[in-house]
Write a protein that binds this ligand. Sequence first.
Ligand SMILES: Nc1ncnc2c1ncn2[C@@H]1O[C@H](COP(=O)(O)OP(=O)(O)OP(=O)(O)O)[C@@H](O)[C@H]1O
Ligand SMILES: [Mg+2]
Length: 308
Amino acid sequence: MQLNKLARVESVILLEGESGTGKTTTARKIHQASIRKNKPFIEIDLASLSEQLVESELFGHLKGSFTGANSNKEGYLDKICGGTLFLDEIGEASLQTQKKLLKLIEEKKYIPVGATTYKSFNGTIIAATNKKLWKMVKKGEFRKDLFFRLMVFHHELPKLKEDINFLEKAIEVEFQNKKIQYQNYHASLSKCAKDSLLAYSWPGNYRELKNMMEYLIVCHKGKIEKADLPINLQKIDPLEDYSNYHIVMEYYEKQYLLKKLKNFGGMVNKTAREIGISKVTLISKIKKYDIKIADIKMEINEGLACGL
Ligand SMILES: Nc1ncnc2c1ncn2[C@@H]1O[C@H](COP(=O)(O)OP(=O)(O)OP(=O)(O)O)[C@@H](O)[C@H]1O
Ligand SMILES: [Mg+2]
């Protein structure tokens, strides 16, 4: 589901994705795009707190409700005031906390630890997980009713390697950002270095990509060649490192078209004729892969092509 639609949701949203795919970033973007943007955005990481602490931090507690509860304490839910509560790592919540979260989501009610009366909750919840919740449901580790409630508005963040166009743009953007940050304005990526970055599997997703761009910019001046990349990136083979059939095919199709367009001087008509497809098909693929003809022509002029 698109972010602008999610920004209209007032109940609960689930963000799923591997570590570093941008769940926290997306939760903040959704909040910023919503009518709640001037209200609080409060984040709680369920993985880092014990069950008792989670409940006392979230729901608040009354004095004397457990050892160490020396005074009444407000919970995050009291402080939301129409804003957004970001519940990170919801898969880590205990079954007891899950039950309370379901009541909170369905009835907008919660009860502080040690209290006997409910309070009303005024806010929107964005939950995030890097676990497969359905698998947890099957193992009895996650409540089915809560799972289905969370799935109504859910958004899955793709792994970086799953979308080659997004990956290419992310490399460009983050490389540029780090150039500016470190004032290394003459740094650039050679074609071969860029191809290796595109073929890498990025298990740490966007976070790893940002760190890698920082490493390259800090450690190198001028043109960065494939040999300047960390050793594991120099040995990338798309056939080995891309597991999905469509990704591999798209990778090679894009490389093929880039090569042919370069061979034929960046001329679309001529390239289409020479490789035996219609001009319309070639143009649609140029759009699909976000191929920049102007860049190809510039590369030809500069004599930078390093061969594929
Ligand atoms: N689409 C994006 N555009 C720009 N930066 C992004 C994007 N997605 C993620 N990032 C950056 O990548 C890093 C990791 O993102 P984030 O912390 O949101 O991931 P996460 O999925 O919440 O990770 P974790 O599971 O470890 O909590 C951050 O520095 C964030 O700024
Ligand atoms: Mg996060």
